[in-house]
Ligand binder design. Structure first.
Ligand SMILES: Cc1ncc(COP(=O)(O)O)c(C=O)c1O
Ligand SMILES: [Zn+2]
Length: 403
């Protein structure tokens, strides 16, 4: 599919050249690019897609085709449906903790791997709180690409283990994600490596938007009223909004959901910028939250996230760390979905808006779970202390219970 790139801030357009990442005039932070396709010659119908065929069934709407043998494994995650959850008639959970590397980031990493191969690079790199890194390392492992990963000291052990076993060159750095991001860009650019950093690489969002497509296809094209997703750099939330918009513009559905971006209260930079209103000016903050994946003080897709939300009826809210931890337990116990803190933040956001009355029982709601709880068991370890019994004690205990 033919496409060009457009600056989200000044709307200047660019050809998709080999090393074109952001707008020359607006810079890396404000001038992230949007991939704009020429859909005028494209006719798609609902029958062209099926619920579980995965991400590359949408190749007509993507900037790269499939090249590697693991492409088939990407996307196609379950859309689960629950009746009566939180008092609502129907709640959908898009469980992207069940992907190739157990996070939503697979959708972007596979695009980066295929793009790097298509463009002839030999090395791909990224800075990441952990999930983008582990998905990139695993998705590129079987290709000739060398993978270099920059991560902050907050990376949970599960994510670090994924990186180490995948054989990537890992550079864990004693600083924040925000600084790691800048260091990686400086080094990656000097070395001429392919960049898989959120927001900087415009193609990543294209992979992520397929989750919106899947929600619609899997829900038989019934459009949810609200979609909740957690927000760090702001790329996933932007991607969902773009995906819903594209399916509407292609005539496959006639409405788009209200997308609610959920941040941790201690890292709510995008919410603050959005609430100040347009023109959206990045305003980095010091941040702190137990949800490591969304602990971002200088979000790189802030302008895009706020611009899309303003145009498409989206909004941003924030939830406390306590609410996030409670939601991990509550969601697992009531739905069987074990989410990492960032994944559970979306559920905590839903609870907040149910409590405030903004979500009513008849609203159809979808919660996007972006990461698997097994990636960060330390987050719940303290809350689930376990004392092992002696064998005899178990018989004793059960005897009492059954009699
Ligand atoms: C599990 C999880 N949820 C949410 C996010 C936030 O995504 P974004 O940075 O695109 O806003 C991330 C990013 O690392 C993540 O790993
Ligand atoms: Zn620009």
């Amino acid at each position: 599919m033919g496409y060009h790139l457009k600056c989200v801030n000044c709307h200047k357009t660019y050809a998709p050249d080999h090393d074109r990442y952001t707008c020359d005039d607006c810079g890396d932070l404000k001038g992230t690019l949007e991939v704009v396709y020429d859909y005028s010659k494209l006719t798609l119908s609902r029958e062209d897609f099926s619920p579980y065929e995965g991400l590359f069934q949408f190749t007509d709407l993507l900037p790269v085709g499939s090249n590697t043998s693991i492409d088939e494994a990407m996307g196609g995650t379950p859309l689960l449906e629950f009746e009566g959850l939180l008092g609502l008639d129907r709640v959908l959970i898009k469980h992207d903790g069940l992907g190739f590397s157990s996070s939503f980031k697979d959708r972007a990493s596979i695009i980066a791997v295929n793009k790097a191969l298509e463009l002839g690079y030999d090395t791909v790199y990224c800075a990441s709180t952990g999930n983008a890194a582990s998905s990139l390392a695993l998705a590129s492992a079987h290709t000739p690409l060398k993978t270099v990963i920059f991560v902050p000291s907050t990376i949970p052990k599960g994510k670090l283990a994924q990186l180490l076993v995948a054989g990537a060159q890992v550079l864990p750095i004693k600083t924040t994600y925000d600084e790691v991001f800048d260091i990686s860009l400086e080094i990656g650019r000097k070395k001429g490596w392919y960049c898989r950093n959120s927001a900087i690489n415009p193609y990543l969002l294209e992979g992520k938007k397929t989750a919106a497509f899947e929600i619609l296809v899997q829900n038989h094209y019934e459009v949810p009223d609200f979609v909740f997703v957690s927000v760090g750099d702001g790329t996933i939330v932007s991607a969902l909004m773009k995906g819903f918009r594209e399916f509407r513009d292609l005539g496959l559905v006639d409405a788009i959901p209200k997308v609610v971006g959920v941040q941790a209260r201690g890292a709510a930079t995008i919410q603050h910028v959005f609430e100040k209103g347009a023109p959206f000016e990045p305003a980095p903050e010091e941040v702190s939250t137990i949800a490591d994946s969304i602990s971002v003080g200088n979000p790189r897709d802030v302008v895009k996230a706020c611009t899309y939300a303003q145009a498409l009826g989206g909004t941003f809210i924030s939830v406390s760390d306590e609410a996030i931890l409670d939601s991990i337990h509550e969601m697992a116990a009531s739905t069987g979905v074990f989410a990492e803190p960032a994944g559970a933040a979306a559920y905590a956001g839903l609870k907040t808006m149910v409590a405030s009355g903004e979500i009513r029982p008849e609203h159809l709601v979808c919660v996007v779970v972006t990461g698997n709880g097994l990636k960060d068991i330390d987050a719940v370890k303290g809350q689930t202390p376990v004392e092992f019994y002696e064998v005899a004690q178990v018989y004793e205990l059960m005897k009492g219970e059954t009699e």
